[in-house]
Design a binder for this molecule. Structure first.
Ligand code: ARG
Length: 461
């Protein structure tokens, strides 16, 4: 019989027992559950609600249970419904009476959300560390490839030349924003709901600040009804994970594209590629594809929790038991994706020549030819049209802008001089974009310093 079975004369069926149990999921929160119980017991003792001997027996008993679970020697029984019941039942079996006093002034409703908040804080911290490792690799590759030029794209068409470092740092910035979202999610989790009891608080003289301090929470929740019903902080973590997975999927897509024979911009290491069971020549970017695909599940985790919470009345409802599986999955998935992407970027080979060869195609200097005329006083719109004609001419001849003669240029505008060839140098074109945040190597070095500075401070958060 369950620990709450006093008013029941009949058991639920084996099926409904399994259906109602959260133990298969929440046993992952055993360390948090035991830490919360120890803090609660110590506080009950300090407040004179239970004796010091009981506190000592409870704490020692909980430590023994934790050691057994750590060692894989604890047999979980599905009839215990959840981790709270499992631990409490084992404690009572171990130390008797004192164990049966632990749940004084507490409900599983404040217990579960205490555990979940502790868990969310820990997982957010893990993810922040994995996020920093990924950003470091992006910085390393940016530094190593500061002189590598590739076509920048809009609409997946060649647009203007950019340096690879600039392209990689764009992702470093995305992941830096993700870091902030993860940190905000951790902060949202960082309040102590313990002492809210089932929904209304309790008549015992609980010191909620004491348990907050012992558990490392920065403060206490202000409303007991809200405390046991609030899952916003899990939405925050899910959302932070989702955005980062979406960012990873964009990078993964570029990796897939860049490793095709059509692009050939990068070669993935064998350690991050797979073969085909039928086609002996194949080397597939499976892991980049998987990262791209896993984003879908994490988006689903966020949506699932949003829908679970929609229209849910106060205070605790069993629906809330559905909160943990998705967020555990989202955190694990993002952590794995970070780790995988970090290794993949670290070990890929950049094919600078293939990138440079593509820069020569698609009239990447066209904007700069228009700027050349505009800087000589021609209105930009007019200059744009003239260069459009020159591009059309190149299209007809099957050549590049750099292959046109000075006469060809002059036929369109007599503002063109011999120095137009210099205006078509693609490295110079990129290096001329010196605006803050632009692609010139000068601006990239400034950007790199900022990114590295942010990384250094984030490492300690
Ligand atoms: N297993 C439950 C959950 O995960 C714990 C809280 C149960 N509370 C209750 N009154 N049934 O949400």
């Amino acid at each position: 019989m369950a620990l709450w079975s006093g008013r029941f004369t009949e058991n639920v069926s084996e099926f409904t027992q399994r259906f109602g149990a959260s133990l298969p999921v929440d046993k992952q929160l055993y360390a948090q559950d035991i830490a919360g119980s120890k803090a609660h017991a110590r506080m009950l003792g300090a407040q004179g609600v239970i004796s010091q001997e009981d506190v000592d027996a409870i704490v020692a008993g909980l430590d023994r249970i934790k050691a057994r679970i750590d060692a894989g020697e604890f047999e979980f029984d599905i009839n215990d419904e959840d981790i709270h019941m499992s631990v409490e039942k084992a404690l009572i079996a171990d130390i008797g009476e004192a164990g049966a006093r632990l749940h004084t002034g507490r409900s599983r409703n404040d217990q579960v959300i205490t555990d979940t908040r502790l868990f969310a804080k820990q997982r957010a911290t893990d993810l922040m560390q994995a996020n920093v490792a990924l950003r470091q690799v992006l910085v390393d590759q940016a530094k190593a490839n500061i002189d590598v030029l590739l076509p920048g794209y809009t609409h997946m068409q060649h647009a203007q030349p950019v340096f690879l470092a600039h392209h990689l740092l764009a992702y470093a910035h995305m992941f830096a924003r993700d870091f902030k979202r993860l940190a905000a999610a951790r902060e949202a989790a960082d309040v102590n709901p313990l002492g809210s009891a089932a929904l209304a608080g309790t008549t015992y003289p609980l010191d909620r600040r004491m348990t907050a301090e012992e558990l490392g929470f920065s403060g206490v929740t202000a409303n007991s009804l809200d405390a046991v019903s609030d899952r916003d902080f899990l939405l925050d973590l899910d959302y932070a994970a989702t955005v980062s997975c979406v960012h990873l999927s964009r990078l993964a897509e570029e990796i897939v594209l860049w490793s095709t024979s059509e692009f050939g911009f990068i070669t993935l290491s064998d350690a991050f590629s797979t073969g085909s069971s039928i086609m002996p020549q194949k080397k597939n970017p499976d892991f980049a594809e998987l990262i791209r695909g896993k984003a879908g599940r994490v988006v689903g985790d966020l949506v699932a929790l949003l829908v679970t919470l929609k229209s849910l009345p106060l205070a605790y409802n069993k629906d809330l038991q559905e909160d943990k599986e998705g967020v555990i999955d989202a955190a694990r998935t993002l952590e794995d994706c970070y780790t995988c992407m970090t290794g993949m970027l670290q070990t890929m080979t950049v094919n600078a020549d293939a990138m440079r060869a593509q820069v020569a195609k698609g009239y990447l200097g066209a904007t700069d030819v228009a700027d050349y005329l505009a800087k000589k006083g021609l209105p930009f719109r007019r200059a744009h049209e003239i260069v459009g004609h020159l591009v059309l001419l190149c299209d007809q001849r099957g050549c590049g802008l750099e292959d046109l003669s000075l006469e060809d240029f002059k036929a369109e505008s007599d503002l063109f001089e011999a120095d137009i060839t210099e205006a078509l140098d693609l490295e110079a074109i990129a290096d001329a974009r010196t605006t803050e945040g632009g692609t010139s190597r000068e601006a990239i070095r400034v950007q790199l310093a900022q990114v590295e500075q942010a990384l250094a401070t984030d490492r300690d958060k």
